[in-house]
Structure formats: C-alpha cells, structure tokens
Design a protein around this ligand. Structure first.
Ligand SMILES: O=C(O)[C@@H](CO)OP(=O)(O)O
Length: 238
C-alpha cells in the first residue's frame, strides 16, 4: 500500500485573528505549534515514516513541517521548499479582517471570493507592498509567473504541475512523502487527486494541523483517504 500524507499548517496568528492571509508570511500561533507537535506524535505512533518532505516558502508551513518532523525524530530528512506550494494568493484582501469584509461587502461576495473555483479576489498592484514582486524570496522566479491575485483554478495551474513533475515521480520511485502546505493548496490537490467537481470542492475544508493520509494502489490511484486523529489509530478507515 502506497501512502501520501498531506498536512495543512497549524493555526496561524491570522487564522486566530480571522484575517485573509494568502502569501503574507505570518507565524504559527501557540495553538498552531501544539497542533503540529501533536500531528507528529500521531504519525509516529501510527507507524508512519518519511523519506522526503515538501513545503511552501511561508513560515507557517515550514515551521509546521519542522515541528512534525521533530516530533518524529526525522528532522534530518531532505526537504524541498517550493513557491508553487504557497497558499492561494489572496490579492488585495490580504491582511483584511474577514468579518469586517463581510460587513463592508456582503456574506455572498466574501463567500464567492473565498470559495468560488473561478472568481479571483481584487488584485494588488505590482508596486503594492504585499506584491510578490517586492519580496526578495521570489527574486529568482520569472516575474510573469508570480500572481497578483488567484482563484482556486489559477492557483491549481502552479500546484498541480508541481505535483505532477516533482512530487508524483518521487512517490512512484517508492519514497514516503509528507507535504506540509496550506488550506487552499491542499484543497486544489485533493480536487485533482479525487477528481472532484468544481461544485464538490466548494464545501471541502481541511482543518489545521491534522494529517490527511492518502492510501494508493500500485498504480498510485487513490483508494481512500482519512484524517489521522488520535481515535483513528488502529482504525485506518473513516
Ligand atoms: O486566509 C487565507 O489565506 C485562507 C486560509 O487561511 O483563508 P480561506 O479559508 O478564506 O481560504
């Protein structure tokens, strides 16, 4: 049985403050750190091990990965940081409070910005302080690839090719893989792996800091998936 483990970062400071985050590089909250440590303990207890890990260029995912690996005594494994695994770029909404934004526009408008497959939130300008073009960590990347806003659909245009070209070959070579990323990055990956429709993915949510385990057949077709909670251990089917 081939397994692939995905984990959304633990609760971030802006999850806690209910703010649109996207590519803003906010830290984990204390609860988020504890979630990551607990996830690592559960993975170790359930007998998981990893040969390589993939994460984004944002510290909430990187720190989650490190806390998980530290809990598993696997800090030594190779890790790859890829901007393609960054959270969906939330454009000009980044930094705003979600409840205030509902008040200012409407619940329907905010829901559309948050969960529509195709609608992009308002873009930032290239000069905006939040623009990836202003961020040194993306300086080596072709600027035409860097987003100023993204829908789930356009985000998947970077996430899925990265999965197909980098992660899937490693999986097929027999490596045990952990991906520590973000709510929407992982929603996009789940949509791809499970062939979900645009309608189905709208209501699919991924909690912070809970490992999502894919079991795959010999052709790496997903057979089933489950969240690893303490009560899941010993009972791997949800
Ligand atoms: O703010 C964000 O970047 C994301 C994830 O926290 O929020 P949402 O749930 O609205 O996609």
């Amino acid at each position: 049985m081939n397994k692939l483990v995905l984990i959304r970062h633990g609760q971030s400071e802006w999850n806690l403050e209910n703010r649109f985050t996207g590519w803003q590089d906010v830290d984990l909250s204390e609860k988020g750190k504890a979630e990551a440590v607990q996830a690592g303990k559960l993975l170790a207890q359930a007998g998981f091990t990893f040969d390589i890990a993939y994460t984004s260029m944002l510290k909430r995912a990187i720190k989650t990965l490190h806390l998980v690996l530290e809990s598993m005594d696997l800090l030594w494994i190779p890790e790859v940081k890829a901007w393609q695994l960054n959270e969906r770029y939330y454009g000009a909404l980044q930094g705003l409070n979600k409840a205030d934004t509902i008040e200012k526009y409407s619940p329907e408008q905010v829901l559309t910005w948050r969960r529509s497959f195709t609608v992009q939130p308002p873009a930032v300008t290239a000069e905006d302080i939040r623009s990836p073009l202003k961020d040194i960590r993306y300086a080596a990347i072709d600027p035409s690839l860097l987003p100023l806003t993204e829908s789930l659909e356009t985000m998947m245009e970077r996430v899925i090719p990265y999965y197909q070209n980098e992660i899937s070959p490693a999986l097929k070579s027999g490596k045990h893989i952990l991906i520590a990323a973000h709510g929407n990055t992982l929603r996009g990956l789940v949509k791809y792996l499970d062939h979900l429709s645009e309608e189905d993915i709208v209501s699919y949510e991924i909690p912070t800091g809970i490992p999502l385990v894919y079991e795959m057949d010999d052709s790496f077709v997903p057979l089933q998936k489950y969240f690893l909670h303490s009560d899941t251990i010993g009972n791997t089917v949800l």
